[in-house]
Design a protein. Structure first.
Length: 343
């Protein structure tokens, strides 16, 4: 038998729930609003390898973001870009630092590549103590700092000036994961600062605001030097032609995306009120999801009723992340919680 390499021997598969359900509010996916009638792939040359540079997609992203295409690199979901960043920059035993709880893939890819992952705990209310983070940066000298803002799962959004203070406090690379920025305060996006720093990159995805999780499409915006280094490391033709075609078309439908985002934000505020009326503690939300604390049996009880939300374990037992669904789904969720709580 061939031994797995040491760094992955304790690794477990990424947790996805494979149970029958009626309503799925556990993966922050949203709804199929952008291509409800499917997509015409007839112009895709199926026998050819895809465009290795994803030229059309990157040029449309360039227009959308007002950033030169040379500063953009595409990925199979932003997940692939997290891996590519670690693969490109992190040597074994280098430190990768983030603020916990947060998106688990920063830790998982760090471990796979034998880096030392350090998770600085957030405050009791899941806000961030900036001084503590900067002290840790000075102490550990990380090669990469991952900042997830808005943060998955807590919903906490860092201010722009807080992020740039961190960028200025480290020799390492700061990766700001803006997977949920479209649902948040966009004034806090550091896209505006991207020209100023040589150690700042941003990750975004089509999986959330664009409702296209199935096509696996994300992108990185950052200094040309970094884009060039990542391009050396990525697999040839890594982004398939179908995803490139659909992503390029999606960027011509930004008005539809914006309408969807506004409706999610409106539903999110309604949901927060309804949950609070039921005595459930909610935290300030800035993604397409809400972070709550309540009875530790809520996840299982809802699952019995065919409603999936994301449950957390150990120190975070009793905390849940609920994706904002459609109005009808949200009403069904609230009704189900009322039944469970007997109110
Ligand atoms: C903060 C954050 N970053 C990245 C991702 C991964 O997104 P993608 O589907 O683009 O790989 C997720 C998915 O849930 C996420 O929550």
């Amino acid at each position: 038998m061939i031994d797995e390499k040491k760094s992955i021997q304790k690794l477990v598969n990424y947790q996805t729930k494979d149970v029958p359900y009626q309503i799925k509010l556990d993966a922050n996916e949203g709804k199929n609003f952008l291509f409800p009638n499917g997509f015409d792939f007839s112009r895709v040359e199926f026998h050819r390898y895809p465009d290795d540079q994803a030229t059309l997609l990157r040029s449309r992203l360039s227009k959308y973001l007002s950033v030169p295409s040379e500063m953009i690199v595409e990925g199979n979901g932003s997940s692939e870009l997290i891996e590519l960043l670690i693969k490109t920059y992190v040597n074994p035993d280098d430190v990768v630092l983030s603020i916990e709880p947060t998106f688990s893939m920063y830790r998982i890819y760090s471990e796979i590549y034998s880096a030392r992952y350090i998770g600085i705990p957030s405050q009791f209310d899941f806000s961030i103590d900036l001084d503590q983070v900067i002290t840790a940066i000075h102490k550990f000298n990380p090669k990469i700092v991952f900042l997830c803002s808005p943060n998955n799962p807590t919903g906490y959004q860092m201010k722009r000036a807080e992020i740039t203070r961190i960028v200025e406090s480290t020799q390492g690379l700061v990766v700001v994961d803006e997977a949920y920025i479209e649902f948040a305060n966009r004034q806090y996006s550091v896209l505006q600062d991207i020209m100023k720093y040589s150690n700042l990159v941003i990750l975004r995805t089509f999986s959330k605001a664009f409702g296209l999780a199935s096509i696996r499409l994300g992108y990185l915006v950052g200094p040309e030097m970094i884009v060039k280094s990542i391009s050396k490391v990525k697999s040839p033709y890594h982004l398939n032609a179908l995803t490139q075609a659909m992503g390029s078309e999606a960027l011509l439908r930004i008005d539809t995306v914006e309408k969807w985002v506004s409706s999610v934000i409106a539903e999110r505020e309604k949901m927060i009120n309804s949950l609070n009326e039921l005595g459930i503690q909610t935290f300030p939300a800035s993604g397409n999801f809400i972070w709550i604390q309540t009875r530790s049996d809520l996840g299982n009880r809802l699952e019995e009723k065919g409603i999936l939300i994301r449950s957390y374990q150990n120190a975070l037992q009793g905390y849940y992340r609920i994706t904002i669904g459609t109005e009808a789904e949200n009403l069904m969720l609230i009704q189900a919680i009322k039944e469970i709580f007997h109110v």
